[in-house]
Ligand binder design. Structure first.
Ligand code: PSU
Ligand code: MN
Length: 304
């Protein structure tokens, strides 16, 4: 095992016994949701993964180590401490070197999961090409990571704060298979569908496990991105959310927010403008992804 990795007891035992493990990110906890909903979401997500036969491994940087599997105290710290850094690939070494507390994004959680030997990772939404990204060049490092780190990432698509069409073009250029789980169209996070058609649909976790197997054996170095629509009873229709997103983007421009503060700013603004409705949806889609991620990790056991 890589010397920077520090495993919790639960994760260590699971990996030692080749049991299914599902990685979880921590930026969603520290920078994606308010307290105390963030810590409740994190605990319940872990619980859902256990109930579906896998072991959860929430990842963060602390004490100069990559912590894989967090105890209650560490989770609480990530959810409440004001000085938690948002760590993407660029920031990874520096946060370790300076022994700061770092919450991992999709990109950096992928790096950590790969080092720990974990094949499946569950999140809410990935970063992507921001609207007007063709001018600002604000393209999440998540996309580049998906192109170079082979594991399976389960998400609910991408938020409409992003340019979904350009995000998909980028992933196609980089050779990342994007799977619609029981859908032919890219899910748009709060909404079950967008108008972006996908070229790959899978209806069962076993089919995704088979895809993972061939991705491995063919030594394709990119990730597989599984997009899982939010359950219908929790979705927010396009008409409702689009206008809110427009307003959040306008306020961001006015406040002059950019770079790594952009996504957290927009997420918090949308929660505020929807009076919490978006938060409830966000939490439910993570639970839905946790169920699917655990099922995929269990199905992948057939190939280990
Ligand atoms: N999208 C969400 N919720 C999130 C994030 C994205 O709906 O919490 C977080 C994830 O950690 C993702 C990161 O990896 O934001 C992307 O940030 P950036 O756009 O700065 O790369
Ligand atoms: Mn960015």
């Amino acid at each position: 095992m890589n010397p920077l990795i520090r495993l919790s007891q639960e994760v260590k035992e699971a990996l030692d016994h080749h049991q299914p493990v599902v990685a979880l990110e921590s930026t969603i906890i520290s920078h994606g949701m308010p307290y105390p909903q963030n810590v409740e979401m994190a605990r319940k997500t872990e619980q859902i993964i256990r109930e579906h036969g896998a072991v959860p491994a929430t990842i963060a940087l602390m004490d100069g180590k990559i912590q894989v599997g967090l105890d209650d105290q560490q989770l609480e710290l990530l959810a409440t401490a004001p000085n938690v850094a948002k760590v993407s690939r660029r920031d990874f070494a520096e946060i370790l070197a300076s022994q700061q507390i770092g919450a991992t994004t999709v990109a950096s959680t992928m790096i950590a999961a790969k080092l720990a030997g974990i094949k499946v990772f569950v999140t809410g939404g990935i970063g992507g090409v921001h609207r007007e990204g063709q001018d600002s060049m604000d393209i999440s490092a998540d996309l580049e990571e998906l192109s170079q780190t082979n594991l399976t990432v389960v998400c609910a698509g991408a938020k409409a704060i992003l340019d979904l069409g350009r995000t998909m073009e980028y992933l196609e250029t980089k050779g990342v298979p994007v799977v619609g789980y029981q859908t032919d169209y890219l899910p748009a996070f709060y909404s079950r569908t967008s108008d972006v058609a996908l070229n790959l649909r899978k209806d069962h976790p076993e089919e995704i496990a088979a895809l993972m197997h061939y991705q491995d054996v063919a030594e394709l170095k990119s990730a597989i991105l599984v997009t899982n629509p939010i359950p219908a009873e929790h979705e927010i229709p396009h008409e409702d959310i689009d206008q809110i997103i427009q307003q959040a983007l306008a306020e961001e421009k006015e406040a002059g927010v950019h770079g790594k503060d952009s996504t957290p700013f927009l997420l918090a603004k949308i929660v505020e403008l929807t009076e919490g409705r978006s938060l409830a949806s966000n939490i439910e889609l993570v639970y839905n992804n946790a169920r699917l991620g655990a099922e995929i990790a269990v199905a992948y056991q057939a190939y280990q």
